[in-house]
Design a protein around this ligand. Structure first.
Ligand code: ZN
Length: 299
C-alpha cells in the first residue's frame, strides 16, 4: 500500500531479509515509509528500504557517536578485509554492501547476499564463511601491526561454526560422522543452554584440536588472499573512509583499479551535528570536522 519508487527491487530486499517474520517485514516497510516522509519524498526509494532494513537488523544509525579518525581508519580496513574476502573466496555469498556508519553496537557492517534462500550449507561454504569472518582481524593486523577487540564477534562466529562442523555436522575426517555432546534444550526458551559432554577427555582434546585446525586453516587462507590483494584492500578502505558505504558494483570497480562511479542518491536528512567530547582527562577536544558528505544527486 506504500508508493514505491522505480528503483525498489523487491527480490533484493527479500534475499537480504531471510528469517524475517511478517511483523518484521511490516516494521521494515513502516520505517522506510517514515524515512521517506521525513525527506518529504512522494515515493519510498530503495535507499529508504535499505536503511530501514539496516535499522531493523542492527539498530539505529549512531552518527552522533564520536569516533576518532584512528578508530574510523581501523574500522575501514576491518570492513574492507571482510568485503574483499566475500568477493574473492570461492563458495562465498556475494557481497551486498559494506559500510562504516556505526549502528547499534557495531562500528561497521559487511553484508553478504545469498543468491537464494539457503537451508543447507556445504563444507566449502562454511569454510568460506569462516575465512570471511577472519578478514577483519587480518586487515587490521597487516595494516596497523596491532589488533583490537573489534573482531570479537567475528571470532565467536567462526569458532562456533567450526565447532558445529566438528561436533554436529560430521564434517571432520578426524572425528568422523558422529555427534559429540548432547544438547539439553530449554524448551520454553527455545535456546540451547547446556551441553552434556558424552565423550571422553581424549576425544575432547581431539575436538579442540580439530576446531583449531579448521579456524587456523581459514585464517591462513584469508591472510594469503589479503596479502596478494593488498592494493585492492587499501583502495577499498580509502573509498570507505571517503564515502562510508559501498555496494557490490563499486567494490568490483575498486578491485579492478577503475575510478569509482559514485551514483546519485536520494538526499538524506542532514545528520545531527557532532557534539564536542570531553577527553579522558576532562579536556574537551573541540568540535570534530563534519561527517563526510553523502554523495549528492547530480541533478
Ligand atoms: Zn568484523
Amino acid at each position: 500500500k506504500i508508493p514505491r519508487a522505480e528503483d525498489v527491487d523487491l527480490s533484493v530486499l527479500a534475499r537480504s531479509t531471510p528469517g524475517f517474520s511478517g511483523a518484521d517485514l511490516a516494521n521494515l516497510v513502516n520505517e522506510a515509509a517514515l524515512m521517506a516522509a521525513r525527506n518529504t519524498q512522494k515515493f519510498v526509494s530503495m535507499r529508504d528500504f535499505e536503511s530501514s532494513k539496516d535499522k531493523v537488523l542492527m539498530g539505529a544509525e549512531r552518527r552522533s557517536l564520536i569516533i576518532t579518525d584512528e578508530e574510523k581508519k581501523i574500522t575501514a580496513f576491518h570492513e574492507a578485509g571482510h568485503a574483499l574476502l566475500a568477493a574473492l573466496v570461492p563458495h562465498s555469498d556475494p557481497l551486498h554492501k559494506v559500510t562504516i556508519i556505526p549502528r547499534g553496537m557495531a562500528l561497521g557492517l559487511t553484508q553478504q547476499l545469498p543468491s537464494e534462500e539457503k537451508h543447507n550449507w556445504s563444507k566449502e561454504q562454511l569454510e568460506a564463511r569462516i575465512a570471511v569472518c577472519m578478514g577483519g582481524r587480518i586487515a587490521e593486523e597487516t595494516t596497523f601491526g596491532q589488533i583490537t577487540t573489534g573482531a570479537q564477534n567475528d571470532i565467536e562466529q567462526a569458532t562456533e561454526m567450526a565447532r558445529k562442523m566438528v561436533c554436529e555436522w560430521g564434517m571432520s575426517n578426524a572425528l568422523g560422522p558422529l555427534t559429540y555432546g548432547k544438547k539439553e534444550e530449554a524448551i520454553f526458551l527455545g535456546k540451547e543452554f547446556n551441553r552434556h559432554q558424552d565423550y571422553s577427555e581424549a576425544t575432547a582434546l581431539k575436538i579442540d584440536a580439530e576446531i583449531k585446525r579448521i579456524v587456523t586453516e581459514q585464517y591462513e587462507r584469508a591472510t594469503r588472499i589479503l596479502t596478494d590483494n593488498r592494493a585492492s584492500l587499501v583502495r577499498v578502505a580509502e573509498a570507505l573512509l571517503e564515502y562510508e558505504v559501498l555496494d557490490a558494483p563499486q567494490l568490483k570497480q575498486l578491485m579492478a583499479g577503475e575510478p569509482l562511479a559514485v551514483k546519485p542518491a536520494a538526499p538524506l536528512a542532514p545528520a545531527p551535528p557532532r557534539e564536542a567530547r570531553a577527553g579522558e582527562d576532562g579536556r574537551t577536544s573541540g568540535i570534530l570536522p563534519p561527517p563526510v558528505a553523502d554523495p549528492r544527486p547530480t541533478s
